[in-house]
Design a protein around this ligand. Sequence first.
Ligand code: TEU
Ligand code: CA
Length: 548
Amino acid sequence: MRKNWWKEQVIYQIYPRSFYDSNGDGIGDLNGINLKLDYLKFLGIDIIWLSPHFDSPNDDNGYDVRNYKMVMEEFGTMKDFDNLLCEIHKRKMKLVIDLVVNHTSDEHSWFVESKSSSNNKFRDYYIWKKGTNNNPPNNYTSFFGGSAWEKDSKTNEYYLHYFSKKQPDLNWENQNVRNDVYDIMKFWLDKGVDGFRMDVIPFISKHRNFENLTSTELKNPEITYASGPRLHEFLKEMNKKVLSKYDMVSIGEAFGIGQDSMLKMTDEREKELDLVFIFDIIRIGRDNWIQNHWSLKKIKKLFSDQSKIDKYHWPTVFLNNHDNPRSVSKYGNDKEFRVKSAKLLAMLILTQKGTPVLFQGEEIGMTNYEFKSLDQFDDLEVLGNLQKALDSGISKDEYLNHLNCSSRDHSRTTMQWNNTNQGGFSTTDNWFISNKNFNEINVENDLNNSNSILHFYRNLINYRKESHDLIYASYKDVDPDHKNVFIYKRKGKKYTYLIILNMSNDSFKYKFENLKQYSLEFSNKNSNIEIDNDEINLLPWDAFIFVK
Ligand code: TEU
Ligand code: CA
């Protein structure tokens, strides 16, 4: 297995809008991030992944880019960006930025030109088609509700948008589009950024026949959207023309792809991408806005699958991001055992095989917010899907109940720094909600308490870093069928690690052959552990790392 910095380091995602407001306008910004770099360094973070910071009308909070070479006004200036990058590098950290090039904003100059007439030279930068009998060209649906086609009155043709109608999809068949994207990438790489997280990258190649989706395909259109015929060809070209020329990390956000395509995309011999984010774990049990029950057995199977890969691949490990609810609320117990279960999840993330990716607030165990009405949400997906939800036969209240488990907005409430008014995020009214539990859950409290979730993350990150043996160790699920315990072995060159996680509210005894040969390295308990004849007494959410 080849060693790489991006296999050994820990990534921390920042959603800039919600991170820290430095100038009192209620919106997080680049200078705000700058002020918190020492905090991230203290935590042990190596790589910062910044959600989009480009000029945008913010229909989808920056995932709709109007100008790729400009900084969003609310976040600051290009000077602030350069300064931030410099300060990050000074601290021996790295910066990965978001590359959103499956689509642009409809306010991007390319699209403004493109829609102005059918013979404009930018017409072919996007995907335009005639309708049939006043209907869209086919039955593709948008993730944010309704058809994926929008009719433009100027030419009476439809353009394709997998996301909102303010996010028209680029036409990657057009070599000029690809060259312009490579130019944007070089612009930022030449400034010194250390990599890209590539938004919905599998969607860039379209099925050119645009056949209707079958009723089964309509349930998960992302599978069709992610299987276009030229995807791997485009990625190889991008790699050859840009990625291979820099010491950087490329991370594809691979919504919609399965193991096969994933294996191809990240096989180092194929020269496409270094890493991908796949979603089977973080979206386990999800069906649109409905979060169904999921079982630990299934999650364990998914971790095993992604760890079984050969030496040419490397997985990522994450339970949070800006599109999903908070991990402690979903996988842990955010009431009675919040602190303990958050520490257990930290152990899981940092001892699995793969590069760990944390999301802001995870390190202090931030929780889901309890929304009281639909108008409290900011995310365009909520209203976008309302009609579809009502059509499925549920009421508005039921929709709200589902969203309280599933909405993207849970992760977008503002970062909780201390117990002052806005949780220390800002000095004024925020652009969005601050979860009132900031009185208890905040960075300052955790910094002052050596037994906190924050310190636990920090200690584990250090431990992981000092032990390359753990990072490259093999992986084996010891008891895949147990419904409450996640127990796995990582065998390194010198040491063998045994991780035991009780992911339940139950207490019981668990027997592991030869447990006595191991010594305890980490535990999330405040009391002593009880081991009797290789049998361990597990209390709710108990978590241990043993080593021999
Ligand atoms: O996300 C793609 C994606 O997987 C989700 O948007 C998904 O469709 C949605 O969460 C369903 O609930 C990326 C970005 O991460 C997301 O924030 C953007 O909205 C989207 O692409 C469009 O750029
Ligand atoms: Ca601000």
